[in-house]
Design a protein around this ligand. Structure first.
Ligand code: ADP
Ligand code: MG
Length: 365
């Protein structure tokens, strides 16, 4: 990461935006639980709730409605600095909470030509305090997301491996391409996090294979996704991950040895390994190794070390919020935000191949 320039080259902080314009794909779950796992590994982590729905805050047990300053004030009020917004939620883990008023930032910032740099500017004096900053983006591509992408060095794309999700990913990469050409040329797509993964489905295996083929085809290209990987392990569908937010708990608080916790812990280890080794993130024999061609199976800086899960602790806490477990398409769509002087990226070829008819008879990757 040493060659990175703006906006975070003065530190070794890794700034990662978790981005997918589709709602309900696992952005918030991944931000919280990757962040919590990194914090448990001793990394200093700041999670930023860029979504006016405030789900990240609630997941961490912070009700944005009852705290003082939030991301809204951070972006809108020149005198509010990051320390006034930051809440320490666990050892090594802090968050910048949000509430619904953040949605208004879209229109309130509309006239400011520097609107996309506000978050980066507020973080700049504080960036050294963190090893990782994870930005939980809203399910839209407006000014809030643009602030996240302007500040980030990397994008992780949480998604479910389904045919229609692939169409969305093409659009997403197009947006990252536009941001790169506009405001943040260093931005890279590091990888896809497979969420709610059901490895036994033939369709899922085919989609993962297509995704890996797409990334392989772009190796060495000037595209921001030239180094992207399908990150391993995939995060298995696990009801504990859906339950934990209603208790205001991370998966490591709630069910530390459930499959979801094990998957996120291993994913975080590999993300750290990616920083340390500055090499491709290895595949995991632990996960859905049969689901797709393993990537870089020769490199694994961490031994496989799944501890035997002890009996899960009895939970005494009561739910503090009602979380809708249905797929959530998010709030009112934000207006499309296009950087100044956009360059048309054209259609990115992420069409799943073969098409659904052909796929039925094809061999999985
Ligand atoms: N691996 C998983 N297994 C089961 N449920 C999950 C998993 N990941 C996320 N969920 C649930 O799916 C819903 C959408 O996830 P969320 O992280 O909120 O998506 P997004 O932030 O992209 O809208 C939430 O109810 C969440 O608890
Ligand atoms: Mg979310």
């Amino acid at each position: 990461m040493s060659e990175r320039s703006e906006p975070a080259d003065r530190t070794s902080t890794r700034v990662i935006a978790l981005l997918n314009q589709k709602g309900g794909v696992g952005k918030t779950t991944s931000t919280v639980n990757v962040g919590a796992a990194l914090a448990e590994m001793g990394k200093r982590v700041c999670l930023v709730d860029m979504d006016p729905q405030g789900h990240l805050s609630l997941h961490l047990g912070v009700d944005g409605e009852s705290v003082g300053e939030t991301v809204y004030e951070l972006l809108l009020e020149p005198d509010v600095d990051l320390a006034q917004v930051q809440i320490q939620v666990r050892p090594n883990l802090s968050c910048l909470p949000s509430r619904v008023d953040l949605a208004a930032a879209e229109t309130e910032l509309a006239q400011d030509p520097d609107r996309h740099r506000r978050l980066a500017a507020k973080f700049a004096p504080f960036l050294d305090q963190f090893d990782y900053v994870l930005l939980d983006c809203p399910p839209s591509l407006g000014v809030l997301t643009l602030n996240a992408l302007t500040m980030a060095q990397e994008v992780f794309v949480p998604m479910q491996a389904h045919f229609l999700a692939m169409q969305g990913v093409g659009k997403l990469f197009e947006t990252v391409g536009l941001v790169c050409q506009g405001v943040n040329p260093e931005l890279k797509v590091s990888g896809v996090i497979l969420c709610m993964h059901e490895k036994l489905s033939t369709h899922v295996r085919e989609v993962v294979g297509e995704l890996e083929d797409f990334f392989e085809e772009h190796r060495g290209s000037p595209m921001p996704w030239a180094d992207a990987r399908v990150l391993r392990p995939a995060i298995r569908k696990n009801i504990k991950l859906a339950e934990a937010p209603s208790f205001g708990q991370t998966i490591f608080d709630y069910a530390p040895w459930c499959p979801g916790a094990i998957d996120y812990r291993k994913l975080a280890e590999r993300i750290v390994a990616g920083t340390d080794a500055k090499t491709s993130i290895p595949s995991s024999p632990h996960s859905d190794s049969e689901a797709a061609v393993p990537l870089d199976s020769k490199i694994d800086p961490k031994p496989e070390s799944d501890p035997q899960p002890p009996a899960e602790p009895q939970l005494e806490s009561k739910p503090i919020v009602e979380i809708d477990l249905q797929t959530d398409e998010g709030p009112t769509p934000e207006p499309a935000a296009v950087p100044e002087n956009p360059v048309i990226a054209g259609t990115i070829s992420v069409e799943p191949r073969p098409n659904p008819e052909e796929a039925n008879g094809s061999t999985p990757h």
